[in-house]
Design a protein around this ligand. Sequence first.
Ligand SMILES: [Zn+2]
Length: 377
Amino acid sequence: MNLNHIPILDHHAHPLLRPEAVQTAVSFQQWFTESTHPATHQHHVPHSLFFRTGIKWLAELLGCEATITAVLAARAAVPYAEWSHRLFNDANISMVLCDYGYSTADSYTPTTFPALLPCPVHPILRLETYFQELIVAHPRFDNALEVFVTTLRRARADGYVALKSIIAYRSGLDIAPADKAGAEVAYNSLHAEAQRNGRVRLAAKPLCDYLLWLAAEEAARQSLPLQIHTGFGDEDADLRTANPLHLRPLIAQTKANLVLLHMGWPFSRETAHLAALYPNVWLDLSLAIPFATTGIPALLREVLGMAHHSKIMFATDAFTMPDIFWLAARWGRWGLSKVLDELISEGFLSAQEAEETAVSILHRNAQTLYPISKGIN
Ligand SMILES: [Zn+2]
């Protein structure tokens, strides 16, 4: 199957970095790994399949030699917005839902990022980083909470299309019952820390858990999907507590639609099972695609075998460079078409059913789930 004609609704991604931040080989290479170690960026990334294939594919597109030096020179010769438009158009990405909470001083913002893309961009509200700002600003827990709840209540009206939690990175997915008194004790010590340092990292479990319950309640009230990071990420995530099976009490008690991000990799079987079992659980494929590279078809074959195809959604989880969006889209279409071809030849799906499945995964399921007024073209 060729899936290039089916548009992608990229329901989970992040803003780009200014091109100056990725001009050298190492600063470009570092985004082909989840590792934050300079030695890995410099010495080992060039030996990964993701990077090697990325350089080959980009060189084909640019018409240059397949080396990092030639690719960097060729892409630097194209104005950045033009390069970005070219990649997004070629990847046939028709909409991006963007979490701006993952950003640095070099990142484009909600006002500057959309101009770089040829498609609409809608914002996602990242809970923990937003609440960190409130800890710095408010001495009293009750005041911070009031602002947080007011923002959550207005989220959909303010144009947010989803909420997003990175609690897996902070205190893990084994969410305890809401404990307001425990949350307040944690808040007070974090505010004191914020006063000393001018900033703070929210990782106190009673507070993280309490905020997530509040967010789930608001997500349910507004029919706003709640994206939850599950499984792997950078080394900040402790995989032992990032298994989505920990989420069972939340899944069972909330009426919110929960989008379990990253296939929960390496717990993709567990994630597929949860999506198959609970009507309010959705399975996102991002990050595992593209990072699993040649392993993508095996993952997809298992997930498609277990979970309902109406619950599976492709996304890039790309950030930093338009090249990563393009590469993730290419790896995703490659893996999906390979698996669907197998399912057709084995007699499990007709060609038309396979096409319908691809449409569902690449955009229709997300289009149905998220409050996107205009849809995609
Ligand atoms: Zn992400």
